[in-house]
Write a protein that binds this ligand. Sequence first.
Ligand SMILES: Cc1ncc(COP(=O)(O)O)c(C=O)c1O
Length: 462
Amino acid sequence: MSHEKRNWSKPTLTPHRIGALNKFGSVSGGQCQDTFAGVAIQPLLEKYGSPLFIISEKRLRDNVRKLLRAFETRYGDVTYSWSYKTNYLGAVCNTLHQEGAWAEVVSAFEYEKARALGVPAEKILFNGPHKERPILERVVAEGARIHLDNLDELYLLEDVAKSAGKQVDVTMRLNFDTGYTEPWSRFGFNIESGQAMDAARALGESAQLNLCGLHSHLGTFVLDPRAYASQIRIMCNFMEEVEAQTGCCIESIDIGGGFASMNSLQGTYLPPEQVVPSLDQYAEAICNALNDATRTREQQGKRRPRLIMESGRAIVDDTEILVTSVVANKRMPDGRKSVVIDAGVNLLFTGFWYNHQVTPTRVLEGVPEDTILYGPLCMNIDVMRASVMLPPVNIGDSLVFNQVGAYNNTQWMQFIEYRPNIVMVHVDQTVSVVRAAEDLRVMTAQESIPEHLCSVEMQTKE
Ligand SMILES: Cc1ncc(COP(=O)(O)O)c(C=O)c1O
């Protein structure tokens, strides 16, 4: 009998893929999405090109109405202000303004855009940590509400107001720990350290600035409504304290944004249907806390503060899709299937932290397989979905990325490819282009080439 020693070889694990079962045992696949906002997707793609962003005007209107209904039925005095950075396409902003939304802006550009769209200055909240003298001069002259971020800004604004000979109403931005979310402490004045009360006292002594509002923004994709209840209690305590100490009168409490959309955050185990609270659940927690905290104000001869909200992603995420076409199929060295599509992370910035739901526009035949969706960029980072179960696709097939309305048409990058058309499906189901595709003329419009660099003639070597 031979005792020849066998060569050692590295053990391997072979994953068993159980068809299209996901972690909850439900079968994915078989679905297709050939319409959006009541309009067939394929003809739009043929007319406006691929990739293509499509926005539903009706859903935007429905979402903001739903938000206002949820809050106004629970607390009388409510103002909704559209957070421009979430999506500042003119057609999106104006749809929301027509529904009564004010504008919440965080830069000179956003302020100028809101004014150019026709928003009255008194319906603009000017937030953010960077406001330079020229824009503050304009804002003071026009009468928008300024949210103070820091002491240097406070002193600068005081000086601007003095030069303009004006008394300026201001809101203080606050940060604090609710006990439910990681505190965002880089914006505004901190309550726990006493910094916020010091700033409020400085405002109390100012001849130019009049403190009349409090603001805080907890963060984004906040899944626990109790965080907001805690936020309200802390802000209302601060309101009472600051009024007692400085004699100011707080007219509004602005809770910022942060409500989650029905998108799927990477790393979240449960699906959004199970973890994302409804607008009514947020409203219930917030308005109960606000009603409790302000109940006795009227007996004391004081007004209850107006509630201001700046919800971004929860209003716009599900109002927009990105339709993209398959350009190639590829097998990776580890055996995994990959597909190259014509839209990349330059267009879908949120692809870095969401698993956007991807649906084909026709029913795909065949066994679903774990697939990587690569974008068209010649960059390793251009991964639109690292893993999605997808039956075989052909070149030219279209895939829909859902819930792309928030933070993509603002945070997208001009990189390698032209940015495509964005169309809006209106309430009567007509369609119009709300941002035209870029071309070489647009891409080079801001460039100038010095005289001696105008020629590309190459020097020949002797
Ligand atoms: C001050 C402020 N308000 C509102 C928003 C909108 O937040 P979200 O899209 O999470 O609702 C943001 C986003 O960062 C913000 O900074």
